[in-house]
Design a protein around this ligand. Structure first.
Ligand code: ADP
Ligand code: MG
Length: 462
């Protein structure tokens, strides 16, 4: 029966399409008037249904008759369920001649993907309006990404930055930036459908569409997007089926001049388990990274956040915070929030004292990073002096030695730059810190006691 069907198909489709889409099909069985064919993937099935449904109908008419039906068996390989066929019943008999125009498929109503209703312009973008360019502080760390983002925001789909891929570590502002792009486009071009989606949500929607047999709606929903913002694509690693559908959507949107914006927590070349053909698509546009913000940018970010909250904090506290937290912006914000909470709970001003206390608690809580405060306390303790002594201007021998060791350990054990370390030791400059580190290194090779002391102190921070 299948070969009779193929005969019709071959006459009706181009040679290349026939090779690509029909030769790989394996006929499984014919029970009654239902013919079951096996296709290599979900995507394959979708494609057949989208592009060849009339020809398939014609083929069935010829091979089986008017009441011939088609059933697909799809090879699914998602990890543990390798090659378990998934059978989907496809009502191929709904031939175009008999379909009633107002015959609404109840599944579409139940489906989680609303189709674009041209009468109502309010399709949810899932954008958070509080992420804007206005409150995105520019610095050396993000200049290229921000400027490219701004170009895309003002001329979506037109610039060479398509797709625009933003990558960078956690908490460095990827989501903020791409949402700012989305918000700008949404506000300036009301007719454009901007959609923000995390890769995780995309994956879940896709899996759900398979489960509920609404893949067609899923596809249609994404095909109508004008600007697709997809966050954290590293999540698609090793998810072959999701990548496949994403590839399909990506190509469709890109070819229609639609803008695609993506983020990842690592550069594309490190996205292991992402198909090469998908990776090569990323290279079509621009890839820009976000770096850890430098001191000035951190200060500017803190100032901006405080201004937004309507809170005033003395500059020395701001500087202290900016010096102490140099990991990422999210942590910086976290500290500001808990600082404000502390201040209001204890009905006190946000001063240096409170800032230090808060920071110490937070860092001990998260139990991951060594703070300079901890280094100073432990060294002071060991030598029977105070932290204030370490920071003082005094050049007494019994203070200089512990101070140098504390600086050495600060360099070894914290992420701080030399300049920041100097700042924490009574505002000394970075050459003093370099000198201290050098001295301790020399002492350690010359004097076993010095080595022992340093090793002992180091052990506190493991
Ligand atoms: P990521 O997505 O890279 O993990 P986010 O975009 O969620 O990071 O940023 C974490 C927090 O830091 C957000 O609240 C964001 O508003 C803020 N943030 C990051 N970068 C900046 C910046 N350059 N200016 C202002 N706020 C920023
Ligand atoms: Mg994010």
């Amino acid at each position: 029966v299948w070969s009779r069907c193929l005969q019709v198909i071959r006459e009706n489709v181009p040679e290349q399409s026939f090779k690509t889409w029909f030769e790989p099909i394996v006929p499984l069985r014919l029970s009654g008037t239902v013919l079951t064919i096996q296709v290599p993937s979900q995507f394959f099935y979708e494609w057949l249904e989208e592009n060849f449904v009339h020809i398939l109908r014609k083929a069935l008419d010829f091979g089986i008759g008017r009441d011939g039906q088609l059933e697909y068996s799809i090879i699914v390989d998602n990890g543990n369920e390798k090659n378990r066929p998934l059978t989907v019943n496809v009502p191929t008999t709904r031939s175009p001649q008999t379909a009633k125009p107002d015959n609404v498929n109840p599944d579409i109503l139940k489906s989680p993907f609303q189709l674009k209703d041209l009468d109502s312009l309010s399709l949810d973008s899932y954008l958070n309006p509080s992420y804007t360019f206005d409150n995105y502080v520019e610095g050396d760390c993000n200049r290229l990404a921000r400027n490219a983002g701004y170009a895309v925001a003002t001329r979506p789909g037109v610039t060479a930055f398509n797709p625009l891929m933003i990558y960078g570590g956690v908490g460095l502002g990827k989501t903020h930036l791409v949402q700012a792009i989305g918000n700008t486009i949404k506000n300036t071009s009301q007719d454009k459908f901007v959609l923000y989606v995390t890769s995780e949500k995309f994956t879940n929607q896709f899996l759900n569409a398979i489960k509920t047999d609404t893949l067609r709606d899923f596809n249609q929903f994404y095909m109508q997007v004008d600007v697709l913002v997809i966050d954290d694509v590293q999540f698609l690693q090793k998810k072959e089926k999701t990548q496949e559908i994403f590839f399909h959507i990506f190509n469709h949107l890109h070819q229609s001049g639609k803008q695609i914006i993506m983020t990842s927590d690592r550069p594309p070349r490190d996205l292991a388990g992402l198909e090469d053909r998908l990776l090569s698509r990323f290279k079509w546009g621009l890839t820009a990274d976000l770096q850890t913000p430098d001191l000035e940018t951190r200060i500017a970010i803190i100032q901006k956040k405080l201004m937004a909250e309507g809170v005033y904090i003395d500059n020395n506290v701001i500087e202290y915070l900016a010096h102490s937290i140099n990991t990422n912006v999210r942590e910086l914000e976290g500290v500001i929030v808990s600082l404000m909470a502390q201040a209001s709970l204890n009905r006190r001003e946000i001063d240096l004292e409170l800032a230090k206390q808060t920071l110490r608690n937070i860092v001990i809580d998260s139990d991951k990073e060594v703070t300079i405060d901890a280094v100073q306390e432990i060294v002071a303790d060991h030598f029977g002096i105070t932290v204030a002594d370490l920071k003082s201007k005094s050049r007494k021998r019994e203070l200089v030695y512990p101070r140098q060791i504390a600086m050495y350990l600060a360099k070894e054990k914290t992420e701080l730059a030399l300049k920041s370390i100097g700042y924490h030791f009574g505002g000394r400059d970075h050459s003093t810190v370099i000198h201290a580190i050098q001295t301790v290194n020399d002492l350690m090779t010359e004097k076993p006691e010095a080595r022992e002391t340093v090793e002992k102190l180091k052990a506190y921070f493991k």
